[in-house]
Design a protein around this ligand. Structure first.
Ligand code: ADP
Ligand code: MG
Length: 347
């Protein structure tokens, strides 16, 4: 089973930023409103995430490190209607199999908390601990027991920049939460709760960028979208018509005068989940065609929402790829929403 966990770790845990992503998503799923992240050595030496979420009782905390122990799915049918970010129950056992982990957690209804230590997948300690309500999890010496993987980690600044980009992503998506990211010497991000996405944009990306951003919003009722139904002989056995509900796009897109030379400034979320999706990137490239020179990129923060059944988040364990059931419709809708916004603002 340890082997299965390490194999899964190969898929889930690529680098410190992927650990941070899994832990951040767990904190969000736990309903946390304050999330603090500390890293040392770009996350190679230490990643610690402390949240004020629901916490775990001792049994749940021990179970959390068992493979496929998720508290978030009860039936196979739930897979079609995933509303939490996590659902595989793979992240914690995978991470724990390739690092040293210390977990301190307490549920609101418990008087004492629990401390669990795991080294390379083996639970070495379980004891009472005077923890505040919520969860703090420290991941030390990532890949200490898998030298071949450890070798592939990049320099401290590179790994740190991936971690910072990821935390920025989630901070942008959750203006109602307080986020902090610290190294042992610097506070890289301190973002107290703000009222809305545009205040968060200003807070996180600064005035230079936020003043050149345009609000972008569009929605359409899937049922009225006139989506062509495939004829019966072309339907898969499991074909179902589009789920009733809305496709919504909202967020901010940059004016033509704001141009970036890398793609790092594109932040896209689908149903609250950070994605790096080719289809959406392509739609954005099309939206800015002949508006931006081909060598430069816009700054984009977009939230897509659609009925859960319209998007398959189950494509890959790291979950940054998704598959849309109505992919070309979603592509064109995003392209048009962004292009209309940018064109309207042109002098
Ligand atoms: P998943 O998120 O897919 O369910 P994980 O391995 O990431 O699987 O986590 C396993 C379980 O541990 C979760 O289902 C949840 O019950 C619990 N858990 C993990 N992190 C936290 C946290 N920060 N606060 C509360 N519960 C947590
Ligand atoms: Mg998870």
């Amino acid at each position: 089973d340890q082997v299965a966990n390490q194999i899964a770790a190969g898929e889930v845990v690529e680098r410190p930023a992927s650990v941070v992503k899994e832990l951040l998503e767990n904190s969000v799923d736990a309903g946390a409103t304050r999330i603090r992240i500390e890293v040392e050595g770009g996350g190679r030496k230490l990643i610690r995430i402390t949240d004020n979420g629901c916490g775990m009782g001792r049994d749940d905390a021990m179970l959390a490190f068992e493979r496929h122990a998720t508290s978030k799915l009860r039936s196979a049918d739930d897979l079609l209607h995933i509303s939490t970010l996590g659902f595989r129950g793979e992240a914690l056992p995978s991470i724990a199999s390739v690092a040293r982990v210390e977990l301190d957690t307490r549920a609101a209804e418990d008087e004492v908390g629990t401390r669990i230590e795991i080294v390379g997948g083996k639970m070495t300690r379980v004891e009472d601990a005077g923890a505040p309500v919520g969860t703090s999890i420290a991941i030390r010496d990532l890949f200490f027991n898998v030298p071949a993987r450890k070798k592939f980690l990049k320099s401290e600044p590179t790994e740190l920049s991936h971690v910072a980009a990821l935390v920025t992503h989630y901070a942008l998506a959750h203006p109602e939460k307080h986020f902090e990211l610290h190294t042992s010497t610097n506070a890289l991000l301190v973002a107290p709760t703000v009222r809305d996405a545009s205040e968060r944009l200003f807070q996180v990306l600064g005035q230079d960028i936020s003043r050149d951003m345009l609000p972008c919003a569009a929605e359409i009722d899937f049922a009225r979208a006139g989506l062509p139904e495939p004829p019966p002989w072309k339907r898969d056995a499991d074909y179902t018509p589009p789920e009733p509900g809305f496709l919504r796009v909202r967020g901010f897109v940059s004016k033509p005068e704001l141009q970036k030379l890398n793609r790092g400034s594109i932040y896209v979320f689908v149903n609250g989940r950070q994605v790096r999706d080719r289809l959406i990137l392509h739609a954005l490239t099309e939206a800015y065609r002949n508006i931006l020179p081909p060598t430069s990129f816009p700054v984009v923060l977009l939230f897509l929402e659609m009925p859960a059944a319209e998007v398959d988040v189950n494509v890959h364990p790291a979950k940054t790829e998704v598959r849309f059931r109505q992919s070309s419709f979603v592509h064109d809708f995003v392209r048009d929403a962004v292009r209309n916004t940018v064109m309207k603002a042109r002098p």
